[in-house]
Design a protein around this ligand. Sequence first.
Ligand code: SF4
Length: 477
Amino acid sequence: MALDLPIVNPAVPAGADVKPQDHLPGNGLGTGKKAHIVTLGCQMNELDTQTMFGLLARMGYSRTDDPAEADVILYNTCSVRENPERKVYGQVGLLKKLKEAKPHLIIGICGCMPQSRVERQKLWERLPHVDLIFGTMNLHRLPELLMQVQETGQRVMEVWDEEGDIVEGLPVVREDRLKAYVTIIYGCDYRCSFCIVPQTRGRQRSRRAGYIINEVEQLAAEGYKEVTLLGQTVDAYGKDLGDGTTLASLLWRLNEIPGLERIRFTTSHPRDITDDLIIAMRDAGKVCEHLHLPVQSGNNRILKLMGRRYTREEYLALIDKLRSNIPGLTITTDIIVGFPGETDEEFEDTVRLVKEVQFDGAFTFIYSPRPGTGAPRLPNPVPEEVQRTRIHRLIEIQNEITAARNRALVGTVQEVLVEGKSEKDPARLTGRTRGNKIVVFHGDEALVGRVVPVRITEARTWTLVGDVEVAAAARTA
Ligand code: SF4
């Protein structure tokens, strides 16, 4: 269905609330000391880690990648699946020896795991050498909590179960010089029966547009070329603000920021994709044509049990609408295999949907029961070996589709933001297309940070290979 709506460019209230706060203790307690953070999980956690490094830097800590030379070690944990949780017990358990050799070492666990009452109690009891436990909703309290541990010599556990006000103006130490994450909405108001996020990240809370615009302007002024707007349900942005702000209106405002080349956003929920958003993706020049749109299953009974609030048919109709309105759109997805009660035939519905949609990529997961969610109570869990067989089959099918989608780009010219030398092939440069595909190509390092046209000459499953269109690149210099 082609959209025939007027181009909208609604104003976003931006003025009065742009007041970054500066209320953090920069107390010098970390002067001459080093901090190491292990990050598990999603981009939200990556950004939280960058914020914690910002807070620690204010205290005087410098960063180290070597836990052996750290004075503070933090584990920023993930609860989405069981495996990363197990990893925390194993890895933090091994730090006991380091702590014995270095008694002043402070070990902390933060992120999603402590947001579960049961889990944080378990962490507290099973890892007695851990000094500090805090959660996602009071991350900004890290300086005070560290001071408390240092001053009292006691273990400290402080986890907020209720989300407080959004704290603006926290310092962030970013690793990348070209691309930055910016959270625009915290938490989630959906209640998918397999998902722990509403418990670990709380209710949906959107940041005021003014703060976001201010932050992105600052990033562009510092030379950042691309921002990725983050949220568990990023396209629900603004619903809770009550001032008419939407993701679409925010995108239009960010699109005007000089110096910024690209805007991405993730993760989307199919229910929240509006016509205005589709138009912004089509017409706002800096908004990239890539959507990560988790489908989770291709079977209506399973979708209902998952609490996803759309049907297979609605999802397919949305894909059709998106593709017919946004030329060159790439679509990636998440799929859960072996959800409780999923029959062979129901799994085949997912396979059929995957073949029909032709996703550019898919993150496939075996269902992992999370305590405190609804799904573990469902009957007929799928045996592990069946889950494994199904996921292998799905991965194989999707890999073929991904390779075919990439092959279709051979001969085309793609706009690539040059990110640097390829790690695997340092003789070449690497960058991403607007559709978020990785491209490697020969070129001068002076191209880093620029958007250049690259003709695709070869397609591999995960990467594209190409040549810079030299004359066109010179014109854009
Ligand atoms: S919409 Fe996403 S984050 Fe929210 S409950 Fe469902 S899967 Fe979890």
